[in-house]
Design a protein around this ligand. Structure first.
Ligand code: BES
Ligand code: MN
Ligand code: ZN
Length: 499
């Protein structure tokens, strides 16, 4: 049986590197300090590195790997792996994560169970951020997306990850481990196919992920959703034989400021066929990841609770399939959301904004003062920002800035797009309050403008992860499939407190 991931035992050691008792030790090297490190002549740190640099076998470029050929004489570790960092000035959180995961994959492929990280390269971030990232990375590296393979059963996971450093970093290791584990759990859900992960199954799995101290989970069924008159969510769910669900999570620690509550809302479409506005066959299989925003929100809440952050937070995840069944919404139909706004559905494939409309409204009802929604919302964001950068929208500007700064600390790329009032023209319907599909121009912006109508007053931001939630090709630091984008950013927002 394949398992999706294993959390290695994480620990810290102040032992000198030469005495590090592990099967493989990873040594990060900045490009512009490689020669200096080599000339220090500390056994293999000097000799092997020096010859590798001289022969041009290793240049310490970003994420470049050099496996020392010889067992290190005088060292306890049986194998040394150097990982390049590029110029020191570039070694930020994201770079450290990529370096650590890439090197940890070498350890896995060489079947080394006890792996060390030598904290010898400061980069340009704080020791706490660096160590937290390394701990998180060891957990992220221990991930395998082959759980549905019945053959080729061999898997290997790192059992022990030891960070060799002199600092007092126990809390950073614990937090990093918790973050990595939450992100892995979300990636498992996102990778699951639509036949296994229906709305009911997603709700159950997400609720069980949320069974950590201080966090409560509630699942609303179709009857309760009807009672709340959530016509937009119900309108999407009509085409499916599977009933919709809403997951509500609450984390309300005593002692947190009572007048502020972070509200996270995630898109939970377990499969998006487009509905009667059916998507083309090519690439439709990817639409099993259309619940990535919902999974991210659940993972962030889990990690916020595990880290006992002093902030009130709630989450709302509306969940449904978007299917073209006999009762499906037809183009031209009008549905009324819980907020009372009526929407003319001119394209059933613009379903995310519909379920989020009811979700955002409900989060405000539950007392959220500061909203963030996360959604694989538009193909247009992939055109604009590619698969590299998450689209960021929102108001007022200080709230958007708060999220941008958090993303930067988390080592995730976001870029803000505008919400000028003039775009609202496109949302006008002749026969209802709004149109759900306002045409091709500025498709990501008009989608965000639509959401804004349901976000009420008060800070709100929207993260469009349609490009960043899924990796189409595997990289040394990221297997093909779910990425877990924006989970760290949400956690950083919560850490920073609310403005
Ligand atoms: N889930 C899709 C967005 C998407 C597209 C995610 C590609 C990942 C990759 C969303 O529900 C959708 O279908 N959006 C439409 C909106 C349009 C009909 C206004 C789109 O982007 O084409
Ligand atoms: Mn769609
Ligand atoms: Zn969708």
């Amino acid at each position: 049986m394949h398992v999706s991931y294993e959390v290695p035992r994480l620990s810290v050691s102040g032992t000198a590197l030469a005495a590090a008792d592990v099967d493989l030790i990873i040594i990060p090297i900045a490009q512009d300090y490689a020669a200096a490190v080599a000339s220090r002549d500390e056994g293999p740190l000097g000799d092997d590195l020096k010859s590798a640099l001289e022969r041009g076998e290793f240049g310490a470029k970003a994420n470049e790997i050099y496996v020392a050929r010889m067992p290190a004489t005088g060292w306890t570790a049986s194998r040394i792996v150097f990982v390049g960092g590029g110029p020191r000035a570039e070694i930020n959180v994201e770079r450290v994560r990529r370096m650590a995961i890439s090197a940890a994959q070498v350890a896995r492929s060489q079947r080394r169970a006890r792996v060390g990280w030598a904290d010898v390269e400061p980069g340009v971030i704080s020791p706490a951020a660096r160590i937290e990232t390394v701990a998180e990375s060891f957990v992220l590296a221990n991930f395998d997306n082959g759980i549905h393979k019945s053959r080729d059963g061999h898997q290997f996971f790192i059992k022990d990850a030891v960070i060799f450093t002199s600092g007092d970093v126990a809390a950073a290791v614990t937090n990093g481990g918790a973050m990595g584990e939450s992100i892995n759990a979300a990636r498992v859900l996102i990778n699951e196919p639509g036949n296994y992960l229906t709305p009911r199954v997603l709700a159950e799995k997400a609720a069980s992920l949320s069974s950590v101290p201080g966090l409560t989970a509630q699942i609303l069924d179709e009857k309760q959703i009807e009672a709340m008159k959530m016509g937009l969510l119900l309108g999407v769910a009509r085409g499916s034989i599977e009933p919709p669900r809403i997951l509500v999570l609450k984390y309300l620690p005593a002692g947190a400021p009572a007048n502020q509550t972070l509200g996270l809302v995630g898109k939970g479409i377990t499969f998006d066929t487009g509905g009667l506005s059916l998507k083309p066959a090519d690439g439709m299989e990817r639409m099993k990841d259309d619940m990535a925003g919902g999974a991210s929100v659940v993972a962030a809440m889990r990690s916020i609770a595990l880290q006992q952050l002093p902030i009130r937070a709630i989450a709302v995840v509306p969940m449904t399939e978007n299917m073209p069944g006999g009762k499906a919404t037809k183009p031209g139909d009008i549905h009324t959301g819980a907020s009372g706004l009526t929407v003319e559905i001119n394209n059933t494939d613009a379903e995310g904004r519909l379920i989020l409309g009811d979700g955002l409204w409900y989060a405000r009802q539950l007392g959220a003062t500061h909203l963030i929604d996360v959604a694989t919302l538009t193909g247009a964001i992939v055109v604009g920002l590619g698969k590299i950068t998450t689209g960021l929208f929102g108001t007022p500007q200080p709230w958007v800035d708060h999220i941008r700064v958090a993303a930067d600390r988390a080592g995730e790329k976001v870029w803000q797009l505008p919400l000028f009032d003039d775009y609202k023209e496109q949302l006008k319907s002749e026969i209802a309050d709004m149109l759900n599909s306002p045409g091709r121009p500025a498709g990501s912006i008009t989608a965000a403008m639509f959401l804004k109508e349901f976000a009420g007053t008060g800070p709100w931001a929207h993260l469009d992860i349609a490009g960043t939630a899924w990796a189409e090709e595997s990289k040394p630091w990221q297997p093909k499939g779910a990425t877990g984008a924006m989970i760290r950013t949400l956690i950083e927002v919560a850490r920073g407190g609310l403005p």
